[in-house]
Design a protein around this ligand. Structure first.
Ligand code: ADP
Ligand code: MG
Length: 696
């Protein structure tokens, strides 16, 4: 077997390969493009394309594709063979610079949210040279951005790249103020932890809800859930281990730094965390990770569930987005430094995040909104729908001390001036960290924990980068004009601590008291996707994204509408799936079983005392009542679905789904689950929770 070191990145056209295969000049020019975010010269592109093609063909590729990320959170690819016909009925392999740099995509079926009318359906794709090309399934994949001909972003990569530019611009301005002219580029680094469930494929195939909705829409709880806490970090079962081993091998070949693997809280739930990377690469790699997880699971007779809430009653799955800012000189701007100078700079960046999160709670909440994630946020298992920051006691005390001019013990400390004194050391604790907070400072990075497990991490990072860019812009504006930098810095930090103190909460975010407290503090509570997504087009947010040239008003509106539309469609699919299962599987099964039990009861008539007969009668009467209610609930849901608004605004449709359809779904589920718990296991038409959760 080849060693991991030998196979790592073997399917990636990475820097190592480029240096080996490109002429020095071309390599240098390409690097300049990558490092400085410049435009690629046509001649350079053509040399790169040729080298890339030769490399890919040597590695068994026959096709190439511009690999992009449309607005529906998955990835899209259209394969083209390298072949070009030549005279004599032969073909040669060709791949030009033009084909590398730019492609056309007639993608009229992909969502555009009104940005592109169908008569001009074509969009174009453009290579993102900061993310390496790779080979997957005999196809050279070129990571690309996807835009309409008028330049509107139709994908998740374009705004992410723009937001990286935005935060770079502002962070570099701030660093200049600290005399750090050596750092000419600042990029967000992200390590996304990915949670998922594994279930047996044979069982999965018997459940229409898993097939169509990705989550169970019926199911009585198993006798055992996660209450013993014996799954988290537990011994990994051989079948799961075999899956994880192969997953790692596949990801490593693609250059994904898969690092940590473990069992998660719920039975059948697991996690994979990679080593962090530049945010757009982290995003591409996370998309690949989700795809490879599903593929590898299939080879092990498993299905990988990425839905945010596959099972009721046990934890759902999320994605923890660990985020920090790195300079091209290798410095983490969220790392508390060792000198007074570094401490002041750290505090400024820290406060820029605090201000950003407080002022743009709405956008952060909206950035993680989806039908699936709504079942998680606010359940007592995942961060609530209310955004707040966990700083930890030490750092909170330091901010308090700065604010009041007193040290820890409460003594007056007149000279607690920022930039003059070092920050007291605070331990980077990893043991008793608050895991209930949606947004936690974890020593040298922030961990945004509200992301859903199936979502692209792009949207959340676009928002994060842009809102912090906005704080830094305001800070730079103020400080650049200051007469005395030290004094101005001191004032600015203290003023911002005071103004944004309300967003800091170190307590238990799952406690019901927190909701009351958060409301008292005036923090936003946006419980559902329907509440959250309209924020995209709030006046303040249109201005924010325009200022930093990340998203235009129409681009924001398209994202809002696509989000609401998918929400409504998803719930529609779920409701229709429930009706199908209830009508064609559950109700017939319960009626059949009721008849069987009634007959059995009759047969017992001759016996005295009549106790078994009475038991049968009591069961039959419960089943009969259940059948009747089941029938009613089916009709109710069916009626509500029939009345759903047609061709209405996405917001109207989404609202109807949340307020009318979902309650009817819940009622139907309730009675069906009750019936499941009194029906013979052999008579139940599909596998139940205990089988699904404990069978792998
Ligand atoms: P946890 O205890 O939450 O699992 P880990 O220390 O395992 O935390 O880190 C989780 C993720 O955070 C990993 O993907 C890791 O690479 C990433 N990470 C670590 N340092 C940074 C950083 N400075 N910036 C961004 N991500 C980071
Ligand atoms: Mg974590």
């Amino acid at each position: 077997m080849e060693t991991m070191e030998a196979t790592f990145g073997i399917n990636v056209f990475n820097d190592f390969v480029m240096r080996e295969r490109l002429p020095k000049e071309t390599y240098r020019a390409l690097h300049k493009t990558i490092d400085d975010g410049r435009r690629l010269d046509a001649q350079v592109a053509s040399v790169v394309a040729n080298a890339m093609k030769d490399w890919a063909i040597e590695r068994g590729a026959t096709h190439y594709t511009h690999w992009f990320q449309p607005l529906n959170s998955v990835t899209a690819e259209k394969h083209d063979a390298f072949i070009t016909p030549v005279t004599g009925g032969k073909v040669i392999n060709e791949f030009s610079g033009k084909e590398l740099v730019r492609g056309e995509a007639d993608a009229s079926s992909l969502p555009s949210g009104g940005l592109r009318s169908t008569f001009e359906a074509r969009g174009y794709t453009a290579w993102d040279p900061t993310s390496y090309a790779f080979i997957k399934d005999h196809t050279l994949c070129i990571p690309t951005a996807y835009c309409s001909y008028s330049g509107d972003a139709l994908d998740k990569k374009t705004p992410l790249l723009r937001s990286m530019e935005a935060i770079n611009r502002q962070a570099v301005r701030v660093l200049k103020l600290f005399g750090r002219n050596d750092a000419t580029r600042v990029t967000p680094s992200v390590g996304p932890e990915q949670e998922y469930f594994l279930v047996d494929k044979k069982l999965y195939d018997q459940r229409s809800d898993l097939i169509f909705a990705g989550r169970t829409l019926f199911g009585a709880p198993a006798p055992k859930g996660q209450e013993l806490g014996d799954h988290f970090f537990g011994t990994i079962k051989p079948r799961v281990q075999a899956f994880m081993t192969e997953l790692n091998e596949e990801l490593w070949k693609l250059g994904v730094l898969a690092k940590t693997e473990h069992n998660e809280t719920a039975p059948a739930q697991h996690e994979m965390a990679p080593i962090y990377a530049t945010v757009n690469v982290a995003c591409d790699h996370n998309q690949l990770t989700m795809e490879i997880m599903k593929k590898v699971a299939g080879r092990h007779g498993l299905m990988c569930l990425l839905n945010e809430k596959p099972f009721e009653g046990v934890n759902g799955s999320g994605k923890h987005n660990n985020w920090s800012l790195t300079t091209n000189t290798g410095y983490n701007l969220l790392e508390p430094g060792d000198s007074p100078h570094e401490s002041a700079q750290f505090l400024l960046f820290l406060v820029s995040v605090i201000k950003a999160v407080d002022e743009h709670q709405d956008m952060l909440r909206a950035s993680v909104a989806s039908a699936g994630n709504d079942h998680r946020l606010g359940g007592f298992e995942a961060p609530p729908a209310i955004i707040s920051i966990f700083l930890g006691d030490e750092l909170t005390e330091i901010l308090q001390a700065l604010d009041t001019g007193r040290d820890y013990s409460g003594r007056e400390k007149a000279d607690m001036t920022i930039g003059v004194h070092m920050l007291p050391k605070f331990p980077r604790d990893t043991t008793d960290r608050n895991r209930t907070s949606p947004f936690a400072f974890t020593g040298n990075k922030f961990e945004f924990r509200s992301l859903g497990s199936s979502a692209s991490i792009s949207t959340a990072n676009v928002v994060l980068n842009t809102i912090v860019a906005e704080s830094l812009r305001q800070f730079a504006d103020e400080l650049e004009g200051a007469e005395n930098f030290q004094e101005a810095l001191h004032d600015l930090i203290i003023r911002n601590i005071r103004e944004h103190r309300r967003i800091i909460f170190n307590g238990n975010n799952y406690a019901p008291e927190w909701i009351t407290e958060a409301e008292k503090r005036g923090l936003l509570r946006l419980d559902s996707t329907v509440d959250a997504l309209p924020c995209y087009t709030a006046e303040k947010n249109i201005r924010l994204f325009a200022t930093h040239r990340v998203l235009s008003e129409s681009e924001l509106k398209s994202r809002r509408d696509i989000g609401l539309d998918s929400y409504a469609k998803m719930i529609g699919i779920e409701a229709k799936t429930m009706l199908m299962m209830a009508r064609r599987q559950i109700l017939p099964a319960v009626i059949r079983y009721t008849g069987e039990m009634a007959e059995a009861g009759n047969r017992l008539r001759q016996y005295t005392p009549a106790l078994p007969q009475r038991a049968a009668e009591s069961l039959v009467s419960r089943l009969c009542a259940g059948c009747e209610e089941l029938g009613q609930r089916i009709e109710e849901l069916s009626e509500v679905m029939a009345c759903s608004p047609k061709d209405a605004e996405p917001l109207t449709e989404a609202r109807y789904m949340r307020d009318q359809v979902m309650p009817a779904m819940r009622k139907l589920r309730k009675v069906a689950d009750e019936m499941e718990s009194i029906t013979d296991r052999k008579a139940w038409p599909f596998p139940t929770y205990d089988e699904l959760l404990f069978n792998v």
